[in-house]
Every structure is written in structure tokens, then in C-alpha cells.
Design a protein around this ligand. Structure first.
Ligand SMILES: N[C@@H](CCC(=O)N[C@@H](CS)C(=O)NCC(=O)O)C(=O)O
Length: 211
């Protein structure tokens, strides 16, 4: 294991990485830089991550810059039978990756990130009311269509095992709430189950900006 460093703070995507590291009991250094603060514009950071986004994660010589990939890397590399964040056998592994794609593409990129860019950050990315309307409607359709996956005794997305997919999904539920997207009761109940984990509160604290 090399020195592990996580760059970023105050972001859902950074929270995912803190959370996975904490779940797995790993030591790491936190560099709590913020997006759009100028801190991603330094030469040092540009060398590390030319996209200048957060999070960036270093493990020795390896540099990774996509939150879902980082969570999965940590799960695959440092999981143990006692602390496991990804199933080791099919078909559960297939369902893990299905959830990660659904979260990243349908709920994040196609829905909530559209709202982030064109409602929260419209001074940078422009005003786009038609896109925002469609993004809200699409999120609503997708989240409702997923209710049966966490109803009827499904404690977590893959059943009894809490995984990296739950880490990514929970940040989506929190994010949707901040953007006042209506959430079915089943998803709110799911989020309450996840919040019982001490690692959730620890990751939220670790994701706070310094000072
Ligand atoms: N797909 C990337 C998205 C990373 C991302 O967009 N990060 C935001 C903060 S949450 C950022 O750095 N934004 C800076 C910008 O848009 O200029 C991931 O999941 O890690």
C-alpha cells in the first residue's frame, strides 16, 4: 500500500471517497481543496488532474479521478471478508455495476448534474429552464421506477450487504433532497437505514471545508 491522498472537500463526489476509505478502515491524507475556489488551478494540481475537478485520489503512483471508480478500486483492492464493499461473486457483482452505471448516468449526469449546472451554477453554465424541467421530470421517473429495488425487505441495494453502490446512491438521495426533488418514502427510509452507519457521519465530517 502506498501513501493515499484524497484531494477535495465539500462535494458529494468527494464524500463518496471519504466514506469508502472510512468504511474500509484505511489511513489517508486529506487535501481539502474546493472546486471553483482557484485551488484546482495550481500547476501541482493540474499535473495530477488536468481536468481540474474533484475528487482526485492518489494511491502511490496510481491517480484516479472519478468518484465511482475510486470507490470501486478501494473496494476491490482493500476489502476484506470483515470489511467488504463489493460482492465477490455473480450475479451480485453484476448488480453492483448496474447500480453504479444507473447512479452515474441516469441519476447524476442526466438529472441532478443538469440541475447543479443550470440552477445552482447558472452564472457559469448558463440558464436552461427547459433542460432543468426535463431533468427534474426524468429524475422523478427514474427514482420512482427504482422503488421496488429497496422495498420489501431490501435493506441495501444488493440486499443485506452494504456496498460502494450504497455509498454512491446515498449521496444522490441527499443531493436530490437539497434540490427539492420529491423522494418516495421508500428511498427516504433507505437513507435512514444507511445513516445509522457511524461511517456516514464520519464521512460527512471529513468532507467539511477546513476552518
Ligand atoms: N464524474 C465526476 C464528476 C466530478 C465533478 O464534477 N466534480 C465537481 C465537484 S462535485 C467539480 O470538480 N466541479 C468543478 C467544475 O465544474 O468546474 C465524479 O463523479 O468524480
Amino acid at each position: 500500500m502506498g501513501q493515499m491522498t484524497l484531494w477535495g472537500s465539500s462535494s458529494s463526489r468527494v464524500l463518496r471517497v471519504h466514506w469508502a476509505l472510512i468504511e474500509l478502515g484505511l489511513e489517508y491524507k486529506s487535501m481539502p481543496i474546493g472546486s471553483r475556489t482557484g485551488e484546482t488551478e495550481t500547476a501541482e494540481y493540474g499535473d495530477l488532474n488536468p481536468r481540474r475537478k474533484i475528487p482526485t485520489f492518489q494511491d502511490g503512483d496510481l491517480v484516479l479521478t472519478e468518484s465511482a471508480a475510486i470507490v470501486t478500486y478501494l473496494a476491490e483492492t482493500y476489502g476484506t471478508p470483515e470489511r467488504s464493499l463489493i460482492p465477490t461473486v455473480q450475479p451480485a457483482r453484476a448488480k453492483y455495476f448496474e447500480w453504479l452505471s444507473f447512479v452515474s448516468m441516469e441519476l447524476d449526469a442526466t438529472s441532478l448534474y443538469v440541475l447543479r449546472r443550470h440552477e445552482g451554477l447558472q452564472h457559469i453554465y448558463g440558464d436552461a429552464p427547459a433542460a432543468n424541467k426535463v431533468a427534474r421530470e426524468y429524475f422523478d421517473k427514474m427514482i420512482k421506477a427504482s422503488v421496488r429495488d429497496i422495498a420489501d425487505g431490501h435493506r441495501f441495494l444488493l440486499g443485506e450487504q452494504f456496498t460502494g453502490a450504497d455509498i454512491c446512491m446515498t449521496t444522490i438521495v441527499d443531493w436530490a433532497e437539497r434540490y427539492e426533488c420529491p423522494l418516495p418514502a421508500e428511498w427516504l427510509a433507505y437513507r435512514e437505514r444507511v445513516r445509522e452507519r457511524p461511517s456516514y457521519a464520519a464521512a460527512m465530517a471529513a468532507n467539511q471545508p477546513p476552518g
